[in-house]
Write a protein that binds this ligand. Structure first.
Ligand code: SAM
Length: 266
């Protein structure tokens, strides 16, 4: 890892969800403990890298679609360690004035985001916990960039499966819905056990020692996060099936283990 990015408070012994994901995407902001967990993950799911890339590609297509629908402010919650095709890059390629607030609780994700966003006034990174959405909404940087009287896009991409049932993930989404103006959008992708329950159970066990758990959910449970929103076509689907670009592979989509959907607030 490039030592410039290592904040002193980082616990390198405990695998971090953000750093494992960075490793799967080919990044170098990860430690031996993260690579250990990723190696276990690749044993359980040899296509884990492909899965991470497919999730990331879904995020890019969803942001393009939402920006194309005229939304110019994005809140990317559980945003991760910056990689190729970050939300502000994709959104600003469609809407040059788009504003983006990133939110993560991981020290490395926050330090690296801060560094690459330093010169971009239209973006900010908040170190905050998505389980406390009120803190995000009250943050001065959030208020500087996001006007809640206008449509906003809330992104919870590969994020809600890091929240246990006791921590009320539906309550988090409902809190965001309640402050969003009509025309706002919600983008979710989420690990599911619908197709391969044995595999997702083994993944859950691996993540027991990580900074966040991995909680897979059923199609119906994930669909309920969209209560009060109107799902856009093609609905909640395995991520490669969500408006694939021409030439994208969409064979055996259930092997990707992740559902994705985009919805609009009426
Ligand atoms: C799998 S990554 C997803 C990154 C990005 N959204 C994507 O899909 O490409 C999940 C991110 O959520 C962050 N995270 C986990 N628990 C969190 C919490 N309670 N509050 C804020 N962020 C959290 C992790 O640090 C990690 O960066």
């Amino acid at each position: 890892m490039d030592s410039e990015w290592i904040p002193p408070e980082v616990d390198s012994r405990r695998p971090s969800v953000a750093r494992v994901y960075d490793f799967l995407l080919g990044g170098d902001h990860n430690y031996a403990s993260d690579r250990d967990l990723a190696t276990g993950l690749l044993r359980v799911e040899p296509q884990a890298r492909e899965l991470a890339r497919a999730n990331r590609a879904f995020l890019r297509r969803a942001v393009r679609a939402v920006a194309g629908a005229g939304v110019a402010q994005f809140v990317d919650i559980g945003s991760g360690i910056p990689t190729q095709g970050n939300v502000h890059e994709v959104a600003q390629s469609v809407a040059p004035d788009a504003r983006v607030v990133y939110v993560d609780n991981d020290d490395v994700a926050v330090a690296h985001s801060r560094s690459i966003l330093a010169d971009d006034d239209g973006t900010a990174i908040l170190q905050a916990d998505m389980r406390r959405p009120a803190d995000i909404l009250a943050d001065p940087e959030f208020k500087r960039l996001i006007d809640l009287s206008e449509p906003v896009a809330f992104l919870l991409v590969a994020a809600l499966h890091l929240v246990t049932p006791d921590e009320d993930p539906a309550g988090i989404v409902a809190r965001l819905r309640d402050v969003a103006a009509p025309g706002s959008h919600l983008v979710i992708s989420h690990l599911t056990h619908e197709a391969q329950p044995g595999k997702t159970a083994a993944i859950g066990k691996l993540y027991d020692r990580a900074t966040s758990p991995a909680v897979s959910r059923s199609y119906a449970e994930i669909l309920r996060f969209f209560d009060g929103w109107e799902l856009l076509d093609p609905g909640l689907v395995y991520v490669p099936l969500w408006r694939p670009d021409e030439g994208d592979a969409v064979d055996d989509p259930e092997r990707y283990l992740v559902f994705g959907g985009v919805a609009r607030l009426p």
